[in-house]
Design a protein around this ligand. Structure first.
Ligand code: SAM
Ligand code: SF4
Length: 313
Protein backbone atom coordinates (compact mmCIF):
# COMPACT_ATOMS: atom_id res chain seq x y z
CA UNK A 1 0.00 0.00 0.00
CA UNK A 2 1.56 3.29 -1.16
CA UNK A 3 0.73 6.80 -0.03
CA UNK A 4 0.85 9.80 -2.32
CA UNK A 5 4.46 10.57 -1.26
CA UNK A 6 5.71 7.12 -2.32
CA UNK A 7 5.94 5.79 1.21
CA UNK A 8 5.01 2.12 1.59
CA UNK A 9 2.57 1.62 4.45
CA UNK A 10 3.23 -1.64 6.30
CA UNK A 11 2.56 -0.89 9.93
CA UNK A 12 -0.79 -0.61 11.72
CA UNK A 13 -1.10 0.63 15.28
CA UNK A 14 -4.42 -0.62 16.52
CA UNK A 15 -5.84 0.88 19.70
CA UNK A 16 -7.96 -1.62 21.61
CA UNK A 17 -9.22 0.77 24.33
CA UNK A 18 -8.98 4.37 25.42
CA UNK A 19 -9.19 3.35 29.08
CA UNK A 20 -6.13 3.22 31.29
CA UNK A 21 -5.31 2.22 34.84
CA UNK A 22 -2.66 4.99 35.01
CA UNK A 23 -3.02 8.73 34.65
CA UNK A 24 0.45 9.71 33.39
CA UNK A 25 0.80 13.45 33.84
CA UNK A 26 1.83 14.07 30.23
CA UNK A 27 -0.90 11.87 28.73
CA UNK A 28 -4.14 12.07 30.72
CA UNK A 29 -5.84 14.52 33.03
CA UNK A 30 -6.20 13.28 36.60
CA UNK A 31 -9.98 13.27 36.43
CA UNK A 32 -12.91 14.38 34.30
CA UNK A 33 -11.92 12.22 31.33
CA UNK A 34 -15.07 11.67 29.26
CA UNK A 35 -15.83 7.94 29.10
CA UNK A 36 -16.94 6.63 25.73
CA UNK A 37 -19.96 4.31 25.86
CA UNK A 38 -19.05 0.62 25.56
CA UNK A 39 -20.91 0.45 22.25
CA UNK A 40 -18.76 3.26 20.83
CA UNK A 41 -15.64 1.13 21.17
CA UNK A 42 -14.75 -1.47 18.54
CA UNK A 43 -15.59 -5.04 19.53
CA UNK A 44 -12.88 -7.70 19.46
CA UNK A 45 -14.47 -9.05 16.26
CA UNK A 46 -14.37 -5.60 14.63
CA UNK A 47 -10.75 -5.09 15.69
CA UNK A 48 -9.83 -8.48 14.20
CA UNK A 49 -11.72 -7.68 10.99
CA UNK A 50 -9.89 -4.35 10.61
CA UNK A 51 -6.54 -6.04 11.30
CA UNK A 52 -7.25 -8.71 8.67
CA UNK A 53 -8.31 -6.11 6.09
CA UNK A 54 -5.18 -4.07 6.76
CA UNK A 55 -3.04 -7.17 6.23
CA UNK A 56 -4.80 -7.81 2.91
CA UNK A 57 -3.84 -4.22 2.00
CA UNK A 58 -0.15 -4.96 2.66
CA UNK A 59 0.32 -4.34 6.38
CA UNK A 60 2.88 -6.79 7.80
CA UNK A 61 3.21 -5.47 11.36
CA UNK A 62 0.46 -4.75 13.87
CA UNK A 63 0.98 -3.18 17.27
CA UNK A 64 -1.80 -3.29 19.83
CA UNK A 65 -1.92 -0.19 21.97
CA UNK A 66 -4.34 2.00 23.94
CA UNK A 67 -5.05 3.42 26.58
CA UNK A 68 -3.72 0.37 28.33
CA UNK A 69 -4.28 -2.65 26.07
CA UNK A 70 -4.05 -5.17 28.91
CA UNK A 71 -7.14 -3.75 30.63
CA UNK A 72 -9.18 -4.68 27.56
CA UNK A 73 -11.16 -7.88 28.01
CA UNK A 74 -10.68 -10.20 25.04
CA UNK A 75 -7.26 -8.87 24.07
CA UNK A 76 -5.78 -12.39 24.09
CA UNK A 77 -8.49 -13.60 21.71
CA UNK A 78 -7.66 -10.68 19.45
CA UNK A 79 -3.97 -11.62 19.51
CA UNK A 80 -4.83 -15.19 18.52
CA UNK A 81 -7.02 -14.03 15.65
CA UNK A 82 -4.36 -11.65 14.34
CA UNK A 83 -1.59 -14.23 14.76
CA UNK A 84 -3.56 -16.57 12.49
CA UNK A 85 -3.13 -14.12 9.58
CA UNK A 86 -0.57 -15.70 7.23
CA UNK A 87 0.92 -12.46 5.91
CA UNK A 88 1.38 -10.85 9.32
CA UNK A 89 5.09 -10.89 10.11
CA UNK A 90 5.08 -9.20 13.52
CA UNK A 91 2.51 -8.77 16.28
CA UNK A 92 3.56 -6.50 19.13
CA UNK A 93 1.96 -4.84 22.15
CA UNK A 94 2.77 -1.56 23.87
CA UNK A 95 1.88 -1.71 27.56
CA UNK A 96 2.54 0.20 30.75
CA UNK A 97 3.59 -3.18 32.19
CA UNK A 98 1.40 -2.92 35.29
CA UNK A 99 -0.55 -6.11 34.53
CA UNK A 100 2.19 -7.98 32.74
CA UNK A 101 3.19 -10.13 35.68
CA UNK A 102 0.06 -12.22 35.22
CA UNK A 103 -0.38 -11.71 31.48
CA UNK A 104 3.07 -12.30 29.97
CA UNK A 105 2.77 -16.07 29.49
CA UNK A 106 -0.68 -15.78 27.94
CA UNK A 107 0.46 -13.03 25.59
CA UNK A 108 3.31 -15.25 24.45
CA UNK A 109 0.98 -18.21 23.97
CA UNK A 110 -1.43 -16.00 22.03
CA UNK A 111 1.28 -15.26 19.48
CA UNK A 112 2.63 -11.86 20.51
CA UNK A 113 6.19 -11.58 19.17
CA UNK A 114 7.53 -8.63 21.11
CA UNK A 115 6.65 -6.14 23.81
CA UNK A 116 7.20 -2.42 24.34
CA UNK A 117 7.00 -1.58 28.01
CA UNK A 118 6.74 2.02 29.14
CA UNK A 119 8.79 2.98 32.18
CA UNK A 120 9.50 6.65 32.79
CA UNK A 121 11.45 6.41 36.05
CA UNK A 122 13.45 3.87 38.03
CA UNK A 123 12.69 5.69 41.28
CA UNK A 124 9.55 4.29 42.96
CA UNK A 125 8.41 7.70 44.24
CA UNK A 126 9.03 9.49 40.95
CA UNK A 127 7.36 6.67 39.04
CA UNK A 128 4.30 7.06 41.28
CA UNK A 129 4.34 10.81 40.76
CA UNK A 130 4.56 10.63 36.94
CA UNK A 131 2.01 7.84 36.48
CA UNK A 132 -0.19 9.04 39.40
CA UNK A 133 -1.56 5.48 39.88
CA UNK A 134 1.38 3.22 39.06
CA UNK A 135 3.85 1.23 41.16
CA UNK A 136 7.35 0.72 39.74
CA UNK A 137 7.60 -2.69 41.37
CA UNK A 138 4.65 -4.01 39.31
CA UNK A 139 6.43 -3.00 36.11
CA UNK A 140 9.74 -4.53 37.22
CA UNK A 141 7.94 -7.78 38.01
CA UNK A 142 6.24 -7.53 34.64
CA UNK A 143 9.65 -7.20 32.97
CA UNK A 144 10.87 -10.33 34.74
CA UNK A 145 7.67 -12.17 33.78
CA UNK A 146 8.12 -11.15 30.14
CA UNK A 147 11.66 -12.51 30.14
CA UNK A 148 10.56 -15.75 31.82
CA UNK A 149 7.78 -16.12 29.24
CA UNK A 150 10.39 -15.98 26.46
CA UNK A 151 10.07 -12.41 25.23
CA UNK A 152 13.39 -11.15 23.90
CA UNK A 153 14.65 -7.75 22.73
CA UNK A 154 11.93 -6.03 24.76
CA UNK A 155 11.76 -2.30 24.14
CA UNK A 156 11.57 -0.04 27.17
CA UNK A 157 9.93 3.30 26.34
CA UNK A 158 11.11 6.28 28.37
CA UNK A 159 9.50 9.63 27.63
CA UNK A 160 12.14 12.30 28.28
CA UNK A 161 10.77 14.84 30.75
CA UNK A 162 13.20 17.70 31.25
CA UNK A 163 13.76 18.43 34.94
CA UNK A 164 11.89 15.25 35.92
CA UNK A 165 13.68 12.11 34.67
CA UNK A 166 16.71 13.39 32.72
CA UNK A 167 18.86 12.76 35.81
CA UNK A 168 18.13 9.03 35.30
CA UNK A 169 19.41 8.72 31.71
CA UNK A 170 22.58 6.89 32.74
CA UNK A 171 20.59 4.52 35.02
CA UNK A 172 18.33 3.63 32.11
CA UNK A 173 21.30 3.06 29.80
CA UNK A 174 22.88 0.82 32.47
CA UNK A 175 19.85 -1.49 32.12
CA UNK A 176 21.26 -2.45 28.71
CA UNK A 177 24.56 -3.71 30.15
CA UNK A 178 23.41 -7.23 31.06
CA UNK A 179 20.02 -7.49 29.31
CA UNK A 180 19.10 -7.41 25.62
CA UNK A 181 16.65 -4.53 26.18
CA UNK A 182 16.37 -1.66 23.77
CA UNK A 183 15.85 1.39 25.98
CA UNK A 184 14.16 3.99 23.79
CA UNK A 185 14.18 7.62 24.85
CA UNK A 186 11.22 9.43 23.28
CA UNK A 187 10.98 13.20 22.98
CA UNK A 188 7.82 14.55 24.57
CA UNK A 189 5.31 15.72 21.94
CA UNK A 190 3.05 18.68 22.76
CA UNK A 191 -0.41 17.19 22.52
CA UNK A 192 -3.36 16.92 24.85
CA UNK A 193 -2.60 17.83 28.47
CA UNK A 194 1.15 18.23 27.99
CA UNK A 195 0.77 20.90 25.30
CA UNK A 196 0.58 23.35 28.22
CA UNK A 197 3.73 22.03 29.94
CA UNK A 198 6.57 24.52 30.53
CA UNK A 199 9.24 24.73 27.85
CA UNK A 200 11.90 22.97 29.95
CA UNK A 201 9.93 19.68 29.98
CA UNK A 202 10.52 19.31 26.22
CA UNK A 203 14.02 17.95 26.07
CA UNK A 204 15.96 17.06 22.94
CA UNK A 205 17.22 13.47 22.79
CA UNK A 206 20.68 15.04 22.43
CA UNK A 207 20.56 15.07 26.24
CA UNK A 208 21.02 11.27 26.14
CA UNK A 209 24.17 11.54 24.01
CA UNK A 210 25.50 14.27 26.31
CA UNK A 211 24.82 12.19 29.44
CA UNK A 212 26.39 9.01 28.02
CA UNK A 213 29.24 9.99 25.66
CA UNK A 214 30.30 6.34 25.28
CA UNK A 215 27.19 5.60 23.17
CA UNK A 216 28.19 4.55 19.65
CA UNK A 217 25.80 4.81 16.67
CA UNK A 218 24.90 1.38 15.25
CA UNK A 219 22.23 2.28 12.67
CA UNK A 220 18.48 2.56 12.90
CA UNK A 221 15.32 0.63 13.66
CA UNK A 222 12.24 2.15 12.06
CA UNK A 223 12.03 5.72 13.31
CA UNK A 224 14.60 5.15 16.10
CA UNK A 225 18.30 6.00 15.88
CA UNK A 226 20.15 3.12 17.54
CA UNK A 227 23.22 3.29 19.78
CA UNK A 228 25.13 0.90 21.99
CA UNK A 229 27.67 1.27 24.76
CA UNK A 230 30.54 -0.95 23.54
CA UNK A 231 30.38 -4.32 25.32
CA UNK A 232 26.79 -3.90 26.48
CA UNK A 233 24.23 -6.51 25.48
CA UNK A 234 21.31 -4.22 24.76
CA UNK A 235 20.85 -1.07 22.72
CA UNK A 236 19.65 2.49 23.19
CA UNK A 237 17.17 4.10 20.80
CA UNK A 238 16.47 7.78 20.31
CA UNK A 239 13.07 8.76 18.94
CA UNK A 240 13.15 12.39 17.97
CA UNK A 241 9.82 13.60 16.65
CA UNK A 242 10.72 17.13 17.78
CA UNK A 243 14.42 17.50 16.99
CA UNK A 244 14.52 15.42 13.79
CA UNK A 245 11.41 15.04 11.67
CA UNK A 246 11.26 11.39 10.52
CA UNK A 247 7.98 11.73 8.60
CA UNK A 248 9.68 10.86 5.29
CA UNK A 249 10.28 7.35 6.66
CA UNK A 250 6.85 6.95 8.26
CA UNK A 251 5.19 3.66 7.28
CA UNK A 252 2.31 3.77 9.80
CA UNK A 253 -1.39 4.16 9.94
CA UNK A 254 -3.41 4.13 13.13
CA UNK A 255 -6.89 3.02 14.07
CA UNK A 256 -8.46 4.44 17.23
CA UNK A 257 -10.50 2.35 19.66
CA UNK A 258 -13.65 4.08 18.38
CA UNK A 259 -12.93 2.93 14.84
CA UNK A 260 -11.36 5.96 13.13
CA UNK A 261 -8.44 5.52 10.80
CA UNK A 262 -5.83 8.20 11.44
CA UNK A 263 -3.42 8.63 8.51
CA UNK A 264 -1.08 10.66 10.75
CA UNK A 265 -0.65 10.89 14.53
CA UNK A 266 -0.66 14.69 14.45
CA UNK A 267 -3.30 15.39 11.81
CA UNK A 268 -6.97 15.93 12.60
CA UNK A 269 -7.94 13.85 9.53
CA UNK A 270 -9.92 10.72 10.48
CA UNK A 271 -11.85 8.19 8.40
CA UNK A 272 -14.63 6.16 10.01
CA UNK A 273 -14.19 2.41 9.48
CA UNK A 274 -17.12 1.12 11.50
CA UNK A 275 -19.79 -0.69 9.55
CA UNK A 276 -17.47 -1.36 6.62
CA UNK A 277 -16.63 -4.91 5.58
CA UNK A 278 -14.68 -6.79 2.93
CA UNK A 279 -13.60 -4.73 -0.05
CA UNK A 280 -15.28 -1.57 1.30
CA UNK A 281 -13.16 -1.80 4.44
CA UNK A 282 -10.01 -2.40 2.39
CA UNK A 283 -10.80 0.57 0.15
CA UNK A 284 -11.29 2.83 3.18
CA UNK A 285 -7.93 1.70 4.61
CA UNK A 286 -6.21 2.32 1.24
CA UNK A 287 -7.86 5.73 1.01
CA UNK A 288 -6.69 6.57 4.53
CA UNK A 289 -3.12 5.62 3.64
CA UNK A 290 -3.30 7.66 0.44
CA UNK A 291 -4.12 10.89 2.29
CA UNK A 292 -1.20 10.69 4.71
CA UNK A 293 0.21 14.22 4.94
CA UNK A 294 3.86 14.66 3.97
CA UNK A 295 4.84 15.68 7.52
CA UNK A 296 3.68 17.01 10.85
CA UNK A 297 4.04 20.62 12.00
CA UNK A 298 4.72 19.94 15.64
CA UNK A 299 6.75 23.11 16.07
CA UNK A 300 3.40 24.91 15.80
CA UNK A 301 1.66 22.19 17.86
CA UNK A 302 -0.25 19.02 17.02
CA UNK A 303 -3.38 19.35 14.87
CA UNK A 304 -5.14 16.39 16.46
CA UNK A 305 -7.71 17.22 19.13
CA UNK A 306 -7.10 13.80 20.71
CA UNK A 307 -4.86 13.01 23.63
CA UNK A 308 -2.27 10.26 23.16
CA UNK A 309 -4.36 7.79 25.20
CA UNK A 310 -7.13 8.21 22.60
CA UNK A 311 -4.79 7.32 19.74
CA UNK A 312 -2.20 4.93 21.10
CA UNK A 313 1.09 6.67 20.40
N1 SAM B 1 -0.60 2.58 27.96
C1 SAM B 1 0.41 2.02 27.14
C2 SAM B 1 1.77 2.57 27.53
O1 SAM B 1 1.84 3.57 28.25
O2 SAM B 1 2.76 1.98 27.09
C3 SAM B 1 0.19 2.22 25.64
C4 SAM B 1 -0.37 3.53 25.20
S1 SAM B 1 0.69 4.94 25.46
C5 SAM B 1 -0.30 6.24 24.81
C6 SAM B 1 1.95 4.66 24.22
C7 SAM B 1 3.24 5.42 24.42
O3 SAM B 1 3.03 6.80 24.18
C8 SAM B 1 3.83 5.31 25.81
O4 SAM B 1 5.18 4.89 25.73
C9 SAM B 1 3.74 6.72 26.33
O5 SAM B 1 4.76 7.01 27.25
C10 SAM B 1 3.85 7.52 25.06
N2 SAM B 1 3.34 8.90 25.13
C11 SAM B 1 2.17 9.31 25.64
N3 SAM B 1 2.04 10.66 25.51
C12 SAM B 1 3.16 11.09 24.89
C13 SAM B 1 3.63 12.37 24.45
N4 SAM B 1 2.91 13.48 24.61
N5 SAM B 1 4.83 12.44 23.81
C14 SAM B 1 5.57 11.32 23.63
N6 SAM B 1 5.18 10.08 24.00
C15 SAM B 1 3.99 9.98 24.64
FE1 SF4 C 1 -2.02 5.27 30.28
FE2 SF4 C 1 -0.03 4.83 28.59
FE3 SF4 C 1 -1.19 7.26 28.74
FE4 SF4 C 1 0.29 6.45 30.76
S1 SF4 C 1 1.01 6.83 28.67
S2 SF4 C 1 -1.78 7.37 30.92
S3 SF4 C 1 -0.07 4.29 30.77
S4 SF4 C 1 -2.14 5.41 28.02
Amino acid sequence: MQDSYNRTIRYLRLSVTDLCNYRCRYCMAEEGIPKRAHGDILSIEELAEIGAAAVRCGVTKIRLTGGEPLVRRGVLTLCEKLRALDELRELTVTTNGSLLKNAAIDLKKSGVDRLNISIDSLSPSKFRDISRLGELDDVLRGLDAAKAAGFARTKLNVVLLGGVNDDEITDFVTLTREEDYCVRFIELMPMGVCAAFPRERFLSADAVLAAVPSLQPIGGDGVAELYRVPGYRGTVGLIRPMSRCFCAECDRIRVTADGKLKPCLHSSAELPLRGLHGIDLENAIRQGASIKPSRHHLAQGSDTPRGMYEIGG
